[in-house]
Write a protein that binds this ligand. Structure first.
Ligand code: DCP
Ligand code: MG
Length: 357
């Protein structure tokens, strides 16, 4: 059966986050990356900066030359990860068939969600609007019957676009596509292609499979298929989560129980929120510490009931901490994990509660 795959990719991700969090940067050429003039590299640039020719992986020095009025910003990975997790939650509210590719892009298999009443385009638009509502950020999506075509589609009309490639228009689109836009064709392959006179998908289409294998070895066949709209539609879905944990590394070694327990309580609450959001609970709590001289120690115990509330997790974590922490040995890291995970039938009830009623 024909599948419907969406590829979603945030627009100018890091730069857009910086513009969102600091409205003074809106509408301005923002360049995120290493600010060191001699060694820094651009991670990404806002669309305003791209007009000057600035792009990912370019040395900061070159970006300065091309765009002297650019605003150079250091990346804040924690923030990008946080937004990535929010986006993941939105995907999960549609389907569990998700293959994340990086912080800002993923494939979703929405075959089962498409119906007479709801087209794949409508589903894509709805996901994009949920993302905007939750994060204030725009994204682009591509829809097709396999993965690499969905990825090509999402890049075709960026930003804020939704693009469909189907059997009727696939060859027309692929023929006109510059060779560097084919997934898997990096800088080196592009150079080699251009050297052989292959500038676009049409040039690639016109080369025989044998010649491609001769020139590109094992990848020849895949390139031959890519020129023809042939590719896999099977997602590599992440395995079900086996544990939920949080840890903190201190900026100096700590020994004060009260202080450390405060952090442990905070971590327990965060783990609780994550479990609760996913309607999960777990039967084993583990506390891990790393001492100032990098020794790792951990202790775990079974819980009476499956736990998911921060306060319950902390109750176990508190006792485990006292078992694992040695007096007068400062620690640099503490973490708490809940494992042996199971699903909760109802939002505020564990399966156990349910059976007991
Ligand atoms: N990134 C990076 N170094 C690269 C490429 C990307 O650090 N060489 C980071 C910064 C990007 C993020 O990954 O914001 C996502 O990469 P994309 O390729 O999706 O690029 P953008 O989201 O920035 O822009 P686009 O609108 O083209 O997707
Ligand atoms: Mg992107």
């Amino acid at each position: 059966m024909e599948k419907r795959i969406i590829h979603i990719d945030m627009d100018a991700f890091y730069a857009q986050v910086e513009q969102h969090d600091n409205p003074e940067l809106k509408g301005k050429p923002v360049i995120v990356g290493g600010r060191s003039f001699n060694r820094g590299v651009v991670a990404t640039a806002s669309y305003e900066a791209r007009k000057f020719g600035v792009h990912s992986a370019m040395p900061t020095k070159t970006a300065h030359k091309l765009c002297p009025d650019g605003i150079f910003v250091h990346p804040r990975f924690e923030r990008y990860k946080e937004i990535s997790a929010q986006i993941r939650e939105i995907f999960l509210s549609y389907t569990e068939l998700i293959e994340p590719l990086s912080l800002d892009e993923a494939y979703l298999d929405i075959t089962e969600l498409v119906s007479k009443e709801t087209s794949s385009r409508e589903i894509a638009l709805s996901i994009q609007s949920d993302i905007f509502e939750k994060t204030g950020l725009t994204s682009s999506s591509g829809i097709s019957y396999n993965k690499y075509l969905a990825k090509i589609a999402s890049g075709m009309n960026k930003p804020k676009a939704t693009t469909v490639i189907h059997y009727d228009n696939v060859l027309e689109i692929l023929h006109a596509l510059p060779i560097c836009k084919f997934p898997g064709v990096g800088k080196v392959t592009e150079e080699k292609m251009l050297g052989l006179g292959i500038k676009n998908g049409k040039d690639l289409y016109d080369i025989s499979k044998n010649d491609l294998i001769l020139k590109f070895g094992k990848r020849g066949e895949s390139l031959y298929n890519k020129a023809r709209g042939i590719g896999t539609n099977e997602l590599t879905v992440q395995r079900e989560r086996k544990s939920v944990g949080k840890e903190t590394t201190f900026n100096y070694d700590r020994n004060d129980d009260k202080e450390i327990l405060g952090v442990l309580e905070d971590l327990s609450n965060k783990v609780g929120i994550r479990l609760d959001d996913r309607q999960l609970a777990g039967r084993v709590v583990t506390v891990k510490i790393k001492t100032g001289d990098f020794e790792t120690h951990s202790k775990q115990m079974m819980t009476m009931d499956p736990v998911f509330k921060g306060e319950d997790i902390y109750h176990y974590a508190y006792n485990l901490y006292h078992e694992v922490k040695e007096q007068d040995v400062p620690i640099r890291l503490i973490g708490v994990t809940v494992s042996s995970i199971e699903e909760r039938l109802y939002r505020n009830m564990t399966i156990y509660d349910f059976i007991m009623q």
